[in-house]
Design a protein around this ligand. Structure first.
Ligand SMILES: [Zn+2]
Length: 487
């Protein structure tokens, strides 16, 4: 039949059979298939990066700026299937923990935790599902604020001609577009608020209209009350009717109502409460959803009470990859043998270098023979020495005033270098000599320090630079030349 019509009307190309502006056009029941292209694309991108050696901080940036942006456009129009989100999430998590899209590495932390903000101990990755919802909220916001637009009129005619948009329900066989818009409404319900001017169009009991007040509605029960519209709470001159309000509402509601300014404009308007300007933004909606999710998460996770610790980590004056490293040290997310043994991944926990019975993270970084030699060398080069540390809380103690900020930067960079050295050895690769590693630490930490704190402390650093004889088997070439850039 289709073919006959096509032939008779001389239609050569059926436009809805393919993608339009990068989106599938005929999204039907098989919604999973329609969006399969998104995880495939994300995996493809990650596959392309896998060959490169990127540090964890580099991978974080690639994922956040490139991979997470792939589905943005589709997410602004459709509610992506759970399956699609899961596939993307898996690819992203695999790459972050193990630098390829497929290879399984240990995922030390659940995806949920990774999507928490950095100051809460997470890595600040985007929860794709929540982000999708926040994007869809924008569609609903358009319907609310531009009811006269063609799109709003079409949707109203089709789906809620007999009611208002807040009460529209999902009909059977609703299109994916409508499902998406309804998903967006759920988001808006948490933050949409009426700004009162004449109170005519605002329902006291059902609309949100009291800012920062419980759920935005009065907590006084509305059953059996005679007033319905906010306008009924005002006097003829457009002020709050204090006596009436005190009579009807609990004091806490009454206070909130009376504090509300009445705007001298006609008609109440919808506004987006989380933003001061009252206009919807995806960013604030995402934050709102994320906050709600975390409140629902009753389980008190370790670290949830110590926001300060996380903030200090992300402020450390060291390269970004070293900050991520310290985040892993604090959470014990490093495959030291004692950690693996505790997680039943390795049968024995001993240190392969010195034979100590337990190779803990602390052992690798401070107590092992290699570490001791390394720190001795660092002390010779920089004068910095590791303070005496508590056996359990040492990793977070380093973030406090236990040593100066400059010493802390050097020590933490040093520990990163030690950890890298240890991994290379474990994988049978040639690792940096202790001498090279300690000079690297000195140079990196000093360079960064000079960039962050120009002038003042720089001369002290230069003064510590002394001539040293080369190591056995090396030839050192001293030159005697200098120039002044400004002359
Ligand atoms: Zn050891």
């Amino acid at each position: 039949m289709k073919e006959v019509v096509r032939f008779e009307l001389n239609i050569q190309k059926e436009s809805l059979a393919e993608k339009y502006l990068g989106l599938p056009t005929n999204v039907g029941r098989e919604i999973n298939d329609s969006f399969q292209f998104i995880p495939t694309k994300v995996k493809g991108l990650i596959g392309g990066w896998s060959g490169r050696e990127a540090s964890c901080a580099g991978r974080e940036i690639l994922l956040k700026t490139v991979a997470q942006a792939v589905p943005t456009y589709s997410m602004s129009c459709f509610l992506l299937p759970v399956n699609t989100c899961r596939k993307m999430r898996t690819a992203i998590a695999n790459y972050w923990w193990g630098s390829s899209a497929d290879n399984r590495h240990i995922h030390w932390q659940s995806w949920d935790r990774l999507t928490q903000p950095k100051y809460k101990g997470g890595m600040g990755f985007r929860d794709l599902k929540l982000f999708n919802m926040a994007m869809l909220g924008k569609q609903w916001w358009r319907l609310v604020t531009k009811p006269e637009s063609l799109c709003a009129r079409v949707l109203k005619g089709r789906y809620y001609h007999d009611t208002n948009f807040m009460e529209a329900t999902r009909k059977k066989h609703a299109s994916q577009t409508w499902r998406a818009v309804l998903a967006g409404r759920d988001v808006l319900q948490h933050g949409l608020i009426k700004r009162i001017s004449d109170g005519e169009s605002t329902d006291i009991w059902r609309d949100r209209w009291l800012p920062k007040h419980f759920t935005g509605k009065p907590i006084t029960p509305g059953d059996g009350q005679e007033v319905h519209r906010v306008s009924e709470l005002m006097t003829a001159s457009g002020q709050w009717n204090e006596d009436l309000i005190r009579e009807i509402f609990f004091p806490v509601d009454a206070e909130a109502i009376m504090q509300l300014p009445i705007r001298p404009r006609d008609g109440d308007v919808w506004a987006w409460e989380p933003e001061r300007h009252g206009i919807y933004s995806v960013r604030s909606a995402y934050k709102l959803l994320d906050k709600k999710r975390r409140q629902e998460d009753v389980e008190d996770r370790p670290g949830s009470s110590s926001d300060g610790v996380w903030r200090l980590i992300w402020k450390l004056e060291v390269p970004p990859k070293v900050r991520v490293f310290w985040w892993r040290v604090v959470l014990e997310f490093l495959p030291a043998r004692q950690v693996l043994c505790r997680r039943h991944i390795e049968p024995i926990a001993n240190c392969e270098v010195c034979g100590e019975t337990e190779e803990s993270i602390r052992h690798v970084l401070m107590d092992c023979t290699v570490a001791k030699e390394f720190w001795h060398q660092v002390k010779m080069l920089t004068g910095v020495k590791i303070p005496i540390m508590h056996p359990v809380t040492w990793a977070t103690d380093f973030l406090t005033d236990i040593c100066s900020r400059r010493d802390r930067a050097i020590i933490i960079c040093g520990m990163w270098a030690l950890w890298m050295k240890r991994n290379k050895r474990r994988h049978g690769e040639q690792s940096m000599s202790i001498w090279k590693a300690s000079t690297w630490v000195r140079d990196t930490a000093f360079d960064l320090w000079q960039i962050l704190h120009p002038a003042k402390e720089a001369p002290a650093v230069v003064a510590e630079e002394k001539w040293k004889p080369p190591l056995l088997g090396w030839v050192k070439c001293n030159t005697d030349a200098a120039y002044y850039a400004e002359r």
